[in-house]
Design a binder for this molecule. Sequence first.
Ligand SMILES: Nc1nc2c(ncn2[C@@H]2O[C@H](COP(=O)(O)OP(=O)(O)OP(=O)(O)O)[C@@H](O)[C@H]2O)c(=O)[nH]1
Length: 330
Amino acid sequence: MVASFVWTAEEAKYLKAVLRWQDAPSSDDDATATRPRQPRRRPPPPPRATIQLSSQNRRQPQEKEDHPPSGELRVLVLGAKGAGKSSLLSRFSQGTFPPATQPTTATTTSPSGESHSGSCRHPIFLLPSTTGDSKKKKYIIDALEFPSNQSSSNPLLEQALAITEAAVVVYDTASADSFRLAKGVVEFILEHFDPLTPSPNNSANRRVYPVVLVGNKFDNDKEREVSEDEGREAAGKMGVRCMMEVSARTGEGVQEVFETIGAEVLAAKRATTTAREVGREMVQGGGYEKAGNRPQLVRQGGSAGGSNKKGGLLRRMFWGRKLHTRQGVA
Ligand SMILES: Nc1nc2c(ncn2[C@@H]2O[C@H](COP(=O)(O)OP(=O)(O)OP(=O)(O)O)[C@@H](O)[C@H]2O)c(=O)[nH]1
């Protein structure tokens, strides 16, 4: 339900970031295998001053390095207020821990007068074992922080999920409340999408959306309220295969979070491509049999999918993206 048409400053900033994001052409080579072919878009016009909120970090010098990126991976960073989302992004993209951070709101202005960006673009390098290729490859992580004041039922979250490829869900190891919220967010995501984990609950017609659960501030052991085991157990129960403890303050584990989520996105794409090929082979190999005049896929049980109302709603939100059959993990 939309309670108000008056956006808060934070919501306005977030929407602007999203709109600017959608403008950007995807240079993701792997994505071309999983998205319907579309006419080549003209390069976007130079960003207007009014929507430059997230520009400081978006063009990193590393992008000018010799090898061009093999793709862009869109990642949403979510979590409770103060869990350390901004600090994680800052540590990842700039290698620094911001001094006294303030809540992410558009009204927040640093002492130097710069507004907080809530997003970053930064390269990662993935090993051949991860990319399924013969050499190391460079990818750009295009990360967007989701404002923590949004509830999990907010349409903004659904929109953000629809335009991203994976999520890093952060909690503070010194806050049981933030852990509860993180679990709620993961559950909400998995109501709509499949994790990259085979399970009897995976539905064959849903999009795979990898999630990494991150316990931040593990350096603050004195105030710890959530043990690492609790984090792992929760991840396991929810079908999330990656859970990590990190510290944005010391930097430990931060790079790995984004390399892991990058690898997960690529694995999801490979799984999706494999599933499509299997589906195509079944069609070509006569895997269909006629039922009256209507061809039906021969299956081992369950329905061919598509009956789920929520799935239908989300399908319409995908801006033309296809939903993919998931058939295991690459
Ligand atoms: N000890 C410790 N403190 C941290 C760490 N990461 C962040 N903090 C502190 O936690 C507070 C909140 O960090 P932020 O990065 O602003 O958290 P956020 O999730 O972006 O917060 P909102 O924008 O309000 O949602 C700040 O005071 C940080 O200095 C960490 O790894 N260890």
